[in-house]
Design a protein around this ligand. Sequence first.
Ligand code: URA
Ligand code: URA
Length: 218
Amino acid sequence: MSTYFQLPMDLANLPLDDIRAQALQCRRCHLCETRTQVVFGQGPVPCDIMLIGEGPGADEDAQGIPFVGRAGQLLTKILESVDIKRPTDIYIANTVKCRPPENRTPFPSEIEACADWLAAQIMHIQPRILLLAGTPALKSVLGDQLGPHDTITKVRGRWFKLTVPYMQEQLYVMPIFHPSYLLRNASRDVGSPKWQTWQDMKEVQGALNFIRKAKVEA
Ligand code: URA
Ligand code: URA
């Protein structure tokens, strides 16, 4: 799978708004035939923290904004619980920009066809912290570094550090459970996926505060 940490050649000198305009017309894979609209992304550019989900669902396909349905509302609450407000504090995008029929998992070929758009987003947003929500985002971004047993359940909450071209510091990447998975696993008991996500988000908050403080002092 192509790297997400270099601007695709044909997009290299374009502002993100122009890239977005191209993406909105995209016909690189079959998902264009069933989508209502392309769901590009939402948030400030650049931005200290970025989240990558899986792909649009019905509500996102209708509204053109990522994570606005039931999973999105839960995500918004999870982020707010650690003082990350949408849309001002975080940029949110998906691994694929068009809704897969019946909300099936996107095929590797669709993720590959969409990779340039996500790469362009990452390179313009230049996040310091990158959250990967669910398996497609995890595999797409960290695939090379994962062993065969490194499922989301195993690696969520773990910081991965990546060398990236847009800053000297390493990029902090954390896989987290997808909010749709949390909707299906409602328990908040100690050790449950929701409880684990709460621990993960406190880690993220700590890292974000550290970055913000370093910026103020610089
Ligand atoms: N699930 C996702 O992965 N992304 C969205 O935008 C909405 C639901
Ligand atoms: N399994 C998945 O596919 N995704 C999650 O987020 C958690 C478990």
